[in-house]
Design a protein around this ligand. Structure first.
Ligand code: ZN
Ligand code: ZN
Length: 149
């Protein structure tokens, strides 16, 4: 099951076409995602091979930790993707904010991570997997020391 979706940044300088293997997405409430997006990252995982960028010269990458980068549009500042730069299975995957999609409906919200770091002023309704920071790190095999997302 592959589904094609298109999206782009606020100003339109960066556009993409993504082939989604899955329409499931998750939320990350960690401090870095909160500062980067202004709230929580609602992100879809898209294999690198399944995404084609237009206006790539406007993609500004920021190495946000020793092992991952975050990219924004150099013109309007929209958050474009989170990408693990360290070798490993995650290196071939881009996490794309669902808000970039021209049509973000019809997706399934399946999980939340760093739930214990979410501000208490809001909560997403509904039933889904919710992991604390410690459970998230254990799931991805990351040691406490390496955690800087
Ligand atoms: Zn832009
Ligand atoms: Zn995060």
């Amino acid at each position: 099951m592959t589904e094609t979706r298109q999206g782009g940044c606020l100003c339109g300088a960066v556009r993409f076409t993504a082939q989604l293997d899955s329409t499931e997405f998750g939320a990350c409430h960690c401090e870095m995602c909160r500062r980067w997006t202004g709230s929580a990252l609602l992100g879809l995982m898209v294999p690198e091979a399944n995404i084609a960028w237009q206006g790539a010269e406007h993609i500004k990458r920021h190495q946000s930790s020793d092992w991952a980068e975050r990219a924004n549009c150099s013109t309007c500042g929209s958050a474009l993707f989170y990408h693990v730069t360290m070798d490993g299975p995650m290196a071939a995957v881009y996490e794309i904010p669902i808000g970039l999609l021209d049509d973000a409906s019809g997706l399934t919200f399946t999980n939340e991570i760093y739930i214990d770091h979410k501000p208490d002023s809001f909560a997403y309704d509904g039933n889904r997997t919710r992991l604390t920071r410690a459970q998230t790190l254990a799931k991805f095999g990351i040691s406490d020391k390496e955690d800087q997302a």
